[in-house]
Design a binder for this molecule. Structure first.
Ligand SMILES: Cc1cc2nc3c(=O)[nH]c(=O)nc-3n(C[C@H](O)[C@H](O)[C@H](O)COP(=O)(O)O)c2cc1C
Length: 270
């Protein structure tokens, strides 16, 4: 079997979780997998051609939770995949608020694309918007959970998972909408990061990493296209020249940090 790690991971927490699961599977059963293939679908050009799998593949498929769901910007690309009965493990990472319907949505999508979904797990990754919410996660304690998840997967073998047993709702519920103190939905549409042009060194890292291909660098970086607020540019800027300064965005971040400070634990379904 080939072990294939497929992930979309702008701030690299999902990437870490997926790769740690793969390492554990290989360590526990070195003879089961011929090799490990990594397929990072974060860069926009990687999503130009459809992904197709073999019946003998074992795929770990990881996405971050955005607004309680699979990131909507990926949906049309994911619909082009062909599973060909490959075994699949659905993985989502979330920033300690909740994964809502993201895990059941991803698992159901993989099933519809003809994967044999054998397991699904929701893990916690530092919140993309915050320096404190789930800071440093996945951490040592999460890695212990990944040990257990990998062993559980191997013990279970390729028996299909009953998707409806996954926490969440099918049909999926609407996207989670942050609300202000008065209970009104926050107007996030159109918010983009701002660049401190005096600090920006035009290194191009933000533009190279933007999963939407929405940054250009001419003298300094500017946001010239659509923004999904994934925070890749903010997190990866080596001189901290990129940030969101929108007051609603800031209010939401502070509210998340206050409301969801209590540590959540990974869960999985087999
Ligand atoms: C646009 C956006 C929406 C998010 N929505 C949620 C959410 O609904 N629940 C949650 O707990 N975390 C949410 N997060 C946090 C991410 O799911 C979390 O930080 C994830 O680990 C990031 O994955 P990555 O490092 O692979 O990019 C959101 C992050 C972004 C950028």
């Amino acid at each position: 079997m080939q072990l294939k790690c497929v992930y979309f991971s702008p701030t690299e927490r999902t990437k870490t979780v997926v790769r740690e699961i793969a390492d554990r599977l290989v360590r526990a059963q070195p003879n089961l997998f011929e090799n490990v293939v990594y397929c990072d679908i974060t860069p926009k050009p990687r999503r130009n051609s459809a992904l197709s799998f073999e019946p003998s593949d074992y795929v770990i498929f990881g996405l971050p939770v955005y607004a309680g769901r699979v990131p909507n910007v990926l949906l049309s690309f994911l619909e082009t995949m062909t599973g060909n009965s490959a075994a699949a493990v659905a993985v989502v990472t979330y920033g300690n608020r909740h994964f809502d319907d993201a895990l059941i949505e991803l698992s159901d999508l993989l099933r519809r694309k003809n994967f044999n979904v054998i397991g699904a797990g929701a893990f916690i990754g530092q919140h993309s918007f915050s320096k404190t919410l789930a800071a440093g996660r996945p951490d040592q304690q999460d890695l212990l959970a990944l040990d257990a998840f990998a062993l559980d997967l191997l013990a279970k073998g390729q028996v299909p998972l009953v998707i409806e047993s996954i926490e969440g709702s099918l049909p999926v519920r609407p996207y989670y909408r942050p609300r202000n103190a008065a209970g009104e939905p926050m107007p996030f549409k159109g918010i983009k990061p701002v660049i401190d042009t005096t600090a920006c060194t035009a290194c191009g890292i933000c533009a190279a990493r933007c999963p939407m291909g929405s940054l250009t660098v001419e003298g300094h970086a500017s946001v010239t296209g659509a923004c999904i607020k994934c925070c890749s540019c903010v997190v990866h800027c080596p001189v901290n020249a990129v940030r969101f300064d929108d007051p609603y965005f800031e209010e939401h971040r502070l509210d998340l940090e206050k409301t969801y400070a209590k540590r959540k634990d990974p869960v999985w379904f087999l």
